[in-house]
Design a protein around this ligand. Structure first.
Ligand code: GLN
Length: 305
């Protein structure tokens, strides 16, 4: 950890002063109120050693990073049958694209683009009695952080402006790949995306993907080793939409971004690291977040390649 700490401190100062060419997401109006200069990092190793710097203890909207957790819960329920509803191929298209769905007959390319995450929400709706409460409870149990919450304002803000997601959900339903009521699926999806966490919390909640021996404080496993391997594989190939190749090329870790400016990356058998900087590049990924992680895996020589 001492080695990581010094390197993180140095890169933090270096990247903090870089001219940020990104822009804060404002298509969800509530997200635009964030302090755009926020910048935080937290690393947690599989031995539970932790180090944070900058705004690592400030909560932010994790948005699409929540799709790692929804996929995990749906995978637990369905096992390999899940892949009949959603594929595991990179899309090469923006996260909110409708383009491929018609040719693919309503089967989304992967669970991390919006269409795929909406199908995953539908799967969860079929399994959970009180979807919003039960999903939140699952996140609290995985992380052992009982204070995790949705941000109702962000959820409502996205609901009132989520025209593309509404279109996606209706379109997929026309192919029969949404089983529940469209409004119920979307309400759950918007709440899931509104989850708030700090960098510290985010780096802790995905430890089950880094540590083969991970169990919750109640002694429960989250995924089998084989399932965790597969989720990491989809994160590597699809976690950054049409910039997944670029992230693998520059950073070399499985990871997931969100339009709130958060990124979490996983080094299997070593650590999880979360970075938050709200200004996004044109692909919707945090500009400074990617830059930080590129420098971090280069200086520590700790990518999976
Ligand atoms: N809630 C956002 C949306 O559906 C999530 C997108 C993202 O973080 N990439 O547009």
């Amino acid at each position: 950890m001492e080695n990581y700490k010094k390197i993180i401190e140095d890169i933090y100062l270096d990247v903090k002063n870089v001219n940020d060419i990104g822009k804060v997401a404002n298509y969800i109006p509530e997200l635009a109120f964030v302090d755009s200069n926020s910048f935080g990092i937290n690393i947690t190793t599989i031995n539970k050693e932790s180090f944070g710097i900058g705004d690592f203890n400030t909560k932010f909207s994790i948005q699409s990073v929540s799709k790692v957790l929804s996929l995990t819960l749906a995978y637990k329920f369905e096992g390999a049958k899940l892949w009949e509803r959603v594929d595991v191929e990179p899309s090469g298209n923006p996260f909110n694209s409708l383009l491929q769905l018609e040719a693919d007959l309503g089967k989304p390319r992967n669970p991390f683009i919006n269409s795929g995450a909406i199908v995953i929400c539908d799967v969860l709706l079929s399994h959970l009695e009180n979807p919003k409460e039960d999903f939140l409870e699952f996140c609290r149990e995985v992380s052992n952080i009982p204070t995790l919450e949705y941000n109702e304002k962000v959820a409502q803000s996205e609901k009132s402006s989520g025209f593309r997601n509404t279109a996606l959900c209706n379109f997929i339903k026309s192919f029969g790949n949404i089983k529940n009521d469209v409004d119920a699926v979307l309400d759950f999806y918007f709440h899931m995306c509104s989850l708030e966490m700090t960098c510290k919390e985010l780096s802790e909640i995905v430890l089950y993907l880094a540590d083969d021996n991970f169990t919750t404080h109640k002694g429960k496993r989250i995924l089998t080793m084989s399932q965790a391997k597969r989720v990491n594989a989809i994160l590597l190939t699809c976690g950054f939409y049409d910039e997944s190749g670029e992230f693998a090329f520059r950073v070399g870790l499985p990871g997931k971004s969100g339009v709130g400016g958060g990124i979490v990356a996983i080094h299997p058998d070593k650590y999880c690291i979360a970075v938050w900087s709200p200004k996004l590049n044109v692909k919707g990924n945090s500009y400074k977040g990617m830059l930080f992680l590129e420098k971090f895996t280069s200086k520590t020589a700790s990518s999976i390649f």
